[in-house]
Design a binder for this molecule. Sequence first.
Ligand code: C5P
Length: 234
Amino acid sequence: MSTVPVITIDGPGGVGKGTLSRLLARRLGWHLLDSGAIYRAMGLAAVRAGLLFDNAEPDESRLLRLAQDLPLRFAERQGETLIFLGDQEITQEVRSPEAGQRASRIAALPLLREALLQRQRDFRRPPGLVADGRDMGTVVFPDAPLKVFLTASVEERSKRRLKQLLEQGDSATLESVEAEIIERDRRDRERSVAPLQPAPDARILDSSHQDIEESFRVLAGWVDDTLGEFFSRQ
Ligand code: C5P
């Protein structure tokens, strides 16, 4: 078992994982893994390479080669994480609902997930890691001392996602966002490999009736309990 602690935060889209993970990583002074960004960047790279089309099954073996050489890198600027594909910044481009849909299509391919596994595990560096995704606690870091699974109703998640999109200058309606969330939930939950589900030992946090501060308070309490225990065992 690694001596570097990991806190995994999994859950469906629009649930607030990204915000909570960032707040937590900042508070602890730990690294942050936004694993969804890896799948989103991979989706964009696939479209650019002419390997992903709306109405055709993706060619997994060609995507696999692309994943193995994906020139993806993250950088920090004024507390914000920037995403680069080669020399080009793609942070905004991969935030769109279309990029989310593309990510979830390729994320259902087993060999591709495997090819991206080590890239995610490499984020585990001292003093610790907060990992945000769908399968962080079930597949990528099954030995994490604290696993959290965030949930919230579809209605609440759609409202939050709509607010986020409008704030970043995108146009969307509640109906379009809700349809997108339902479709992505279905694909992420029904896929055969690493489906979206809580790890058996995950703590469930339902944030449907909580604002971000309340959720963070609950999360921070769990973290304090777990870290005390983790370090006393080292
Ligand atoms: O979290 P985010 O919305 O950025 O994730 C985009 C998509 O990437 C998800 O809908 C999911 O299909 C995929 N994903 C995944 N496993 C992860 C993170 C994201 O399959 N650990």
